[in-house]
Design a protein around this ligand. Structure first.
Ligand SMILES: [Ca+2]
Ligand SMILES: [Ca+2]
Ligand SMILES: [Ca+2]
Length: 321
């Protein structure tokens, strides 16, 4: 829009003082036709005609010309057709393409978005009775799965294109988040009552799910104290300046809190001195990180230390309960 913030006002002034009057046509159909005034007779002088084409979102616009016959001029300074859309601008004039002018010929103009503006301007003369143009447009589906125009809309797992839109779906055992894009897991009800064990982020050491909040509780009888030992492969999305704004691991042990943890440095060993542990793992809607894994062990007041054995069976070292 040439008129900026005072658009309506200046447009009004422009209309009042423009010699022949600027002429606007709104086109909203899925297809349509544009012709120069008086087509197929010679077009008038001092024209300023604009067609604004809008198709539904999810579509782009394809425009092509069946006839094109405008007065030739150096760099199209006399009469021209200008096609505009977002980052696209094409100017056509003349009867054939030269070094300084271009006719559309067999080419078509394809927009990236769902709007297009076609402007036809003529100067004060049309002595040779140039006949103008006839163009056609149609709405064309955007294959969002292939084109990935907007990074923020790319599907996490699977993408399905259809005419006018697209949708996402998830691998087995994942659930589509309400953002309709990322795939989360249900992981809120993990309770461990064994004296020792192993806990990790889903799919560890492969990328953990996005947009998920996982809760893990370790609940032992009073008198036991739980220790956590994180594996060396620890990888949660982080930020160089802000502490853990995206993904994090927080641990509550009684009144004590540990974390938030993120980044690629393992927290190592944590002696919680508590028999009850709450672990909260949060992931946001982007990034690919390996996650975390910990081994928990416990020591009872009157018993020995409990360690997980390689088969995953519970085992007590030292005195038995
Ligand atoms: Ca002319
Ligand atoms: Ca589509
Ligand atoms: Ca993330």
């Amino acid at each position: 829009m040439r008129t900026g913030g005072m658009g309506c006002f200046w447009l009004f002034v422009l209309c009042l003082f423009s010699p022949a009057g600027a002429n606007f046509t709104e086109l909203t159909g899925m297809f349509g036709q544009i012709q120069s005034p008086n087509y197929p007779e010679g077009y008038p002088s001092d024209l300023d005609s604009t067609w604004n084409i809008t198709v539904p979102t999810g579509f782009r616009i394809k425009l092509y010309f069946m006839h094109f016959d405008l007065e030739p001029s150096y760099l199209c300074e006399y009469d021209y057709v200008k096609v505009m859309s977002d980052d696209l601008q094409e100017t056509f004039c003349g009867r054939e393409s030269t070094d300084t002018e271009r006719i559309p010929g067999q080419e078509f103009v394809l927009t990236n978005s769902n709007t297009m503006t076609v402007t036809f301007k003529t100067d004060f003369s049309n002595e040779e009775r140039f006949t103008g143009f006839e163009a056609h447009y149609s709405a064309v589906d955007i294959d969002e799965c292939v084109e990935k125009l907007d990074e923020a809309l790319v599907c996490d797992h699977f993408c399905h294109n259809y005419i006018g839109g697209f949708y996402c779906s998830c691998r087995f055992s994942y659930i589509l988040h309400s953002d309709n894009r990322t795939c989360k897991v249900e992981c809120r009800d993990n309770v461990f009552t064994e004296k020792s064990g192993v806990i990790s982020s889903p799919d560890y050491p492969y990328s953990y799910p996005k947009s998920s909040d996982c809760l893990y509780r370790i609940e032992l009888e009073e008198g036991f104290t739980i220790s956590l030992e994180f594996a060396d492969i620890f990888d949660l999305e982080d930020h160089p300046d802000v502490p853990c704004p995206y993904d994090y691991l927080k641990i509550k042990a009684g009144i004590k809190e540990f974390g938030p943890y993120c980044g690629d440095k393992s927290p190592g060993k944590i002696d919680t001195n508590s028999s009850s542990i709450h672990i909260h793992f949060h992931s946001d809607d982007s990034g690919d990180n390996q996650g975390w894994k910990l081994t928990f062990t416990s020591v009872g007041k009157h018993s020995g230390k409990f360690l997980p054995d390689p088969e995953g069976n519970r085992r007590s070292s030292g005195r038995s309960q």
